[in-house]
Design a protein around this ligand. Structure first.
Ligand SMILES: C[S@@+](CC[C@H](N)C(=O)[O-])C[C@H]1O[C@@H](n2cnc3c(N)ncnc32)[C@H](O)[C@@H]1O
Length: 251
């Protein structure tokens, strides 16, 4: 059943009314926005930079093209794409949360970037862009927070140009038992403590660990992308599948 017809959904391990999740996710990201970048580096030991580098390498993006960095938050991918597409291209950094957008806009302006970047507050489920508009859409660590993922994937497919590609970078399932055990221990014992110490917010980091466990695994997400009309969908496991990059095309 499409998520859009369900009246309940998950917020981490909690079952909540589907209409409530958006507000609860908003609460998490308003709370973590100011410390988001420093926590990302700490929690992943900087490895998120390699996952994002791999995403750029798989993007096929060129000068003059249009990119949507959806759920783009503090704009790590936007910064890289802005340099690649140059003055004749455009990057739209879209996010539902104005606190995350504000941190992102300030950071990118401080890096001297901006003339080819547009900031748009938008829900991934209902993108406010024309059909067939973007050469590339990325959504990094965003999809698991979206209430109706099927609707969001269909919306992304709609705004992609024919020939365009969608890249979904997201936490996924470790492929080996030993990695799975280590990762569980780290996520449920160390991560919330780091959140409490550095961001004074253990709850948001507990949500992070739980929401990762509730997110569809590699094969399920691949099927969801195909259902949304994307073609030649494949995925690449990174760090043993702790993270996966899914790639699909619109033809
Ligand atoms: C974990 S952050 C990822 C930020 C950035 N992409 C990165 O990789 O560092 C998740 C982002 O998804 C955004 N988000 C959550 N639900 C969303 C939705 N329905 N539509 C658009 N953005 C959403 C949050 O506001 C947050 O900025």
């Amino acid at each position: 059943m499409s998520e859009q017809h369900k009246s309940t959904t998950h917020f981490g391990y909690k079952t909540v009314d589907a209409t409530e999740k958006e507000q609860m996710v908003a609460g998490v990201f308003h709370s973590v926005a100011a410390k988001y970048d420093v926590m990302n580096d700490l929690m992943s030991f900087g490895i998120h930079r390699l996952w994002k580098r791999f995403t750029i390498d798989c993007s096929g993006i060129r000068k003059g093209q249009k990119v949507l960095d959806l759920a783009g938050g503090t704009g790590d991918l936007t910064a890289k794409f802005s340099r690649i597409v140059g003055e004749t291209g455009q990057v739209v950094l879209a996010d539902i949360n104005d606190s995350m957008l504000k941190v992102g806009r300030d950071k990118l302006r401080n890096k001297g970037l901006g003339s080819n970047i547009a900031y748009v507050q938008a829900n991934a489920e209902a993108l406010p862009f024309p059909d067939n508009h973007f050469d590339l859409i990325t959504i990094a660590f965003g999809l698991r927070n979206v209430t109706d993922k099927d609707k969001a994937l269909a919306s992304m497919q709609r705004v992609l140009k024919p020939g365009g590609r969608l890249l979904v970078l997201e936490f996924s399932r470790p492929q080996h038992e030993i990695m799975s055990k280590l990762y569980d221990f780290y996520s449920f014992n160390i991560l919330p403590k780091m959140g409490a110490m550095v961001a004074q917010d253990s709850e948001s980091y507990r949500y992070l660990a739980e929401s990762i466990r509730m997110h569809p695994d590699q094969e399920t997400l691949k099927s969801m992308m195909e259902q949304a009309g994307l073609e030649q969908v494949e995925y690449f496991n990174l760090t043993d599948g702790v993270v996966a990059l899914h790639r699909g095309f619109k033809f």
